[in-house]
Design a protein around this ligand. Structure first.
Ligand code: PEP
Ligand code: MG
Length: 570
């Protein structure tokens, strides 16, 4: 048995066998062969194994996820059986006398390049399918072991070095009971995705991948940030109890679903949810969210081969607005960069991606991308209560430029006869210290602020949010952070603006009393944190929390603040 400490990234306890998810090496070298016939046989075997696998996955997907998702595998099967592809690979083996994997890989790369240069978006998307098919066939030819996370079909705990946000989004909750990764912090986007999928997770363990073998029994304790490998049966029982207690607590919180969020002394605050896709709205409604405080629109741009069209975006925004039935929905414009990449934009690698060409900086330069998004948002605005928010604003000038583009697109649409809501609020994320410090000036021009503490903390403390070695500097309770938050709230209220917070701090039980006391108007968090937060706020008096916050602001360290909050809670 081995216990490893990590960062609690998504609450809950999961117990299941380990499934190691590693990206194998698909490098294929040029290899001449003396017996091409033998290579043809190897090729046929690899093709038929791939065919069998695809048919099984298609069938399972059809049963579990429906026809639409199963279509992906239907198109994979079509490609796998494409006579042009297969004949070219076979000819190459016999005429060039090369290995089956080499012939397959070179031919596939030619097909991929051809698809990528097609005019039709549909055909361009076939390049992604072609890549997947090639990997599948190469796995057999190279004797690799790899399973796409989407294809896991047994209850497991996924163990990985790291999971990208899009890997995480593909995990099937039915089978993936939890995950543990070597790297990552509480605010890395895979952790955020795990919370919205409600999969217990521990990240930043540094060593879990090296310590686990496939099939080892694993406990992931996403409440306290622990991973236990091959636990004793007593410990399994103990953790089963912990898991059941947590599930029971969730049931109790459900009683608060339709109730407004009010403090013990009768002050209402709004509890909203952070979402990444229109599908996440179901979780928001189930957890009694009073709005969407952050729709991370960049997830719409990920997992595809080209930018989403205005129509694709319009439909996504419209769906979210309609499903929220008039409740506020804050859509954040594209925040790509940092740990969220778009391979098809072909951006040069940067030394410090979190300090680089990301979010609004990219949008102000790539106005084509930005204008398409703004048009889609404006057109969707009539379907609900839309609020638009710009990410990573560092200067007033950036806000003014972004706003000017929004107004230009609004005028363009209106001249085309399109109706646009006239109640759209326009706000900014406060996640860069310069903006927090200058909040009084911003407050004269924006309708609202939403404090993005995930970035605000990393920039204030100069500590990369993805780097577990400096994760001790992710200090939401540090008085320096609390003072910045106060500065923003006071400046906004002076101008009659409201302030939300959509960084992870907003759903943190230790931070909530302080934020209530500082006067935060809207708390936006993972949907699953809403009901526990509502239950907590109902027990707190805002007047008392104002005194608590005032005291906290005068302390010197995060630890002292935590102690102060604990004393009050006790
Ligand atoms: C933040 O920085 O706090 C935030 C909410 O944005 P993201 O986590 O997507 O960077
Ligand atoms: Mg951010």
């Amino acid at each position: 048995m081995l216990k490893i400490d990590g960062i609690a990234a998504s609450p809950g306890v999961a117990i299941a066998p380990a499934f190691i998810l590693e990206n194998p090496d698909f490098t294929v070298h040029h290899r001449e062969v003396s017996d091409p016939e033998a290579e043809l046989i190897r090729l046929d075997e690899a093709l038929s194994k791939s065919q069998q696998e695809l048919e099984n996955i298609k069938e399972r997907t059809l049963q579990e996820l429906g026809e639409k998702k199963a279509e992906i595998f239907e198109s994979h099967l079509l490609i796998l059986n494409d006579p042009d592809l297969i004949t070219t690979v076979r000819d190459r083996i016999t005429t060039e006398k090369v290995s089956a994997e080499y012939a397959m890989n070179v031919t596939a790369q030619e097909f991929i390049a051809m698809f990528e240069n097609m005019k039709s978006a549909y055909l361009r998307e076939r390049a992604v399918d072609m890549r997947d098919i090639t990997k599948r066939v190469l796995i057999h030819l190279l004797g690799l072991t790899y399973v796409n996370p989407m294809e896991i079909d047994k209850e497991v705990i996924v163990i990985a070095e790291d999971l990208t946000p899009s890997d995480t989004a593909q995990l099937n909750r039915k089978y993936v009971k939890g995950f543990a990764a070597n790297v990552g912090g509480r605010t890395s986007h895979s952790a955020i995705m795990a919370r919205s999928l409600e999969i217990p997770a521990v990240v930043g363990t540094k060593e879990v991948l090296g310590q686990v073998k496939n099939g080892d029994l694993i406990i992931v304790d996403g409440l306290d940030g622990k991973v236990i490998i091959n636990p004793t049966s007593d410990l399994v029982e103990e953790y089963k109890e912990k898991r059941d207690k947590h599930l029971q607590q969730i049931e109790e919180w459900k009683q608060l679903r339709g109730v407004a969020t009010t403090s013990a002394d009768g002050v209402h605050v709004e509890l909203a949810a952070n979402i990444g896709t229109p599908n996440d709205v179901t979780g928001v409604v189930e957890n009694g969210g009073e709005g969407v405080g952050l729709y991370r629109s960049e997830f719409l741009y990920m997992g595809r081969t080209e930018l989403p069209s205005e129509e694709v975006q319009f439909n996504a925004y419209k769906t979210v607005l309609e499903k929220m039935e008039g409740k506020p929905v804050v859509v954040r414009t594209l925040d790509i960069g940092g740990d969220k990449e778009l391979p098809y934009l072909d951006m040069p690698k940067e030394m410090n991606p979190f300090l680089g060409f990301r979010a609004i900086r990219l949008c102000l330069e790539r106005q084509d991308i930005f204008r398409t998004q703004l048009r889609a948002l404006l057109r969707a605005s009539v379907y609900g209560n839309l609020r638009i928010m710009f990410p990573m604003i560092a200067t007033l000038d950036e806000f003014r430029q972004a706003k000017a583009l929004l107004l230009e697109e609004k005028a363009n649409l209106e001249s085309e006869g399109v109706t646009i809501s006239d109640t759209i609020q326009l706000g900014i994320m406060v996640e860069i210290p310069s903006t927090a410090v200058l909040a009084d000036q911003f407050a004269k021009e924006v309708d609202f602020f939403s404090i993005g503490t995930n970035d605000l903390i990393q920039y204030t403390m100069a500590a990369d949010r993805m780097n577990e070695r400096v994760s001790y500097l992710y200090q939401p309770y540090n008085p320096a952070i609390l003072r910045l938050v106060k500065m923003v709230i006071d400046a906004a209220h002076k101008e009659g603006r409201w302030v939300g917070m959509c960084g992870e701090m907003a759903g943190d039980a230790t931070a909530i009393p302080l934020l209530l006391g500082l006067g935060l108007d809207e708390f936006s968090m993972s949907a699953t944190s809403i009901l526990p937060a509502r239950s907590q706020i109902a027990k707190l008096s805002k007047a008392d929390m104002q005194k608590l916050a005032a005291e906290a602001l005068q302390l010197g360290t995060a630890e002292e603040v935590v102690q102060l909050v604990r004393n009050i809670k006790a």
